[in-house]
Design a protein around this ligand. Structure first.
Ligand SMILES: *Cc1c(COP(=O)(O)O)cnc(C)c1O
Length: 496
């Protein structure tokens, strides 16, 4: 079956996967979605025992239908290799009362590596297929983890430059250090005076600026995006839910066909949307549990049908989830509106002009697959401590939001379905918050001393990503105002 892509806002249709990957965002500001979600084309039991790479091929071939088998395998082989510190790529570990799907074994020790280690290859192949002669400029807004994962993925890839904007005071010290030490002649890292939403809105406006895109084209450049709005990021994230399921069957944790729940610590709604796609493809998922931190826009939305971004932006200990506009929600809205682009246009217009929108009761029924809740900062600390005390397993401050919300879910519903929690970062990436949760007395140590302390406590080897930043010099010092992102890009690309 041939899958083509269209914009959620109706402005583009019949776009092959390769073109959707190059463009990132549709011309009308909408997000690309497949014209239908394909069903898995084999009985599930045939997927049990597949390696991660084999599973990736089975899933991606259903979506990237204009790629040849060789092209797809080239991308997969280059992405899921020794860059990961385990050949399992995404191990599932049973700790305390849940199954933690560890998505942090890639080069930057957060789950965004799962998609960003393959996106550069998907883009390279796509550019060739679409006969693109210009250099591609990847523009990325990051709440901390995307930035480093994208930089690592795209560094020194020929024909591509990458510019990353991060909120100067809104990422963890280790996240910041990881980015500003990035090597590669084609990498640029810019701190902005503003929060993540400012960075993301700035990037979106630049993508939609027709005049600026024309100037860029005249100078031999094309913009593209490595944010989770790119379909080339969403699809690779579907793979690990199928993989986790097949591992659980293999390990006799569940029987073939038995339902599981999936908990996802959520920010931009990319990771949980991938789980929703997996469910729609035929993976036996009962509830999709959407876990938010104090920036609980999604929790409120799921309970009331009103999405309201007009509220205080709270800096939490799970900074990669400090988001008030979850971009990927637009893809879910599109699906639950019965693929109605005029509904999406209206809702997005209201979000832009009034800062809020309300969905109809009919659309709200489409949210029944989801359970939403949130964890405060204190509840997040408690969850880290509780899991560690019960099982000796150290989880990071994002995964802990998932863990805390799972506990609330169980208390509210009594549901004892086997549950997978997406473990989105290594505790080594958020050492300060994690160690503070274990014992306040760790607060006196520096971020770098805490790495050693965490090692002594957990006896989990210090990842290479952390060892590297201890040694690498700071290369990127650029800072700009949130209103000067366009000018900064002109300066970097040397265009006027
Ligand atoms: C990005 C990120 C999230 C949120 O994922 P979304 O796909 O944006 O919902 C959660 N945890 C960590 C560690 C992240 O880096």
């Amino acid at each position: 079956m041939n899958i083509l892509y269209k914009s959620t806002r109706g402005g583009e249709s019949n776009i092959p996967a390769s073109l959707a990957i190059i463009k990132g965002l549709a011309c009308d500001g909408g997000l690309f979605v497949p014209n239908e979600i394909p069903k898995i084309d084999k009985p599930l039991k045939k997927l049990v025992g597949l390696t991660y790479k084999e599973m990736a091929f089975e899933i991606m071939k259903l979506y990237f239908t204009d790629f040849t088998e060789d092209e797809l395998k080239y991308c997969i082989d280059n992405a899921y290799n020794e860059k990961f510190d385990t050949s399992e790529i995404a191990p599932v570990v049973n700790k305390d009362d849940a199954y933690y799907l560890e998505l942090f074994h890639g080069s930057t020790i957060a789950f965004k590596d799962m998609a960003l280690s393959i996106l550069p290859y998907l883009m390279k192949v796509s550019a060739k297929k679409q006969n693109i002669k210009n250099d591609i400029v990847i523009l990325t807004a990051t709440s901390g983890d995307t930035g480093k994962a994208a930089l690592a993925g795209f560094a020194n890839v020929e024909g591509i430059k990458i510019i990353v904007f991060y909120p100067k005071d809104g990422v963890s010290p280790i996240q910041k250090h990881q980015m500003v030490t990035q090597k590669g002649d084609n990498t640029y890292v810019v701190g902005i005076e503003g929060n993540f939403d400012d960075a993301q809105n700035g990037v979106k406006e630049i993508f939609n600026n027709k005049g600026f895109n024309k100037v860029l084209d005249e100078n031999g450049y094309n913009f593209s995006s490595a944010n989770s709005i790119n379909i080339g990021r969403l699809i690779p994230q579907i793979v690990y839910y199928f993989y986790a399921y097949s591992k659980m069957v293999e390990n006799n944790d569940i029987k073939m066909g038995q339902d599981i729940n999936v908990v996802v610590p959520t920010g931009n709604f990319g990771n949980i949307l991938a789980a929703y796609y997996a469910k729609n493809m035929g993976l036996p998922i009962n509830q999709l549990i959407c876990a938010s931190n104090d920036n609980k826009v999604l929790y409120d939305f799921m309970n009331t049908g009103v999405y309201n971004k007009k509220r205080e932006f709270i800096l939490t200990i799970s900074p990669s989830m400090d988001i008030l506009i979850s971009s990927n929600l637009e893809r879910l809205l599109y699906k639950i509106s019965g693929n109605n682009e005029s509904v999406i246009l209206k809702l997005m217009e209201e979000l832009y002009t009034k800062g809020e929108y309300k969905i109809t009761d009919d659309m709200k029924k489409g949210l029944n697959d989801f359970y939403g809740n949130y964890a405060t900062i204190d509840e997040t600390y408690d969850a880290i401590k509780e899991v560690f005390d019960n099982s000796g397993y150290l989880i990071d401050s994002h995964t802990a939001v998932g863990s805390a919300v799972y506990k609330k879910y169980k208390e509210a519903t009594g549901d004892d379905t086997k549950t997978v929690i997406a473990s989105t970062a290594s505790p080594y990436k958020f050492t300060r918050s994690v160690m503070k949760a274990i014992d306040e007395s760790y607060e006196k140590y520096s971020d770098f001393e805490l790495i050693q302390k965490m090692y002594e406590l957990s006896e989990v080897a210090i990842p290479k990503a952390i060892k590297d930043i201890l040694e690498d010099p700071i290369i990127h010092k650029r800072v700009c105002d949130k209103d000067k992102m366009k000018e900064t890009i002109e300066e970097i690309l040397n265009i006027s």
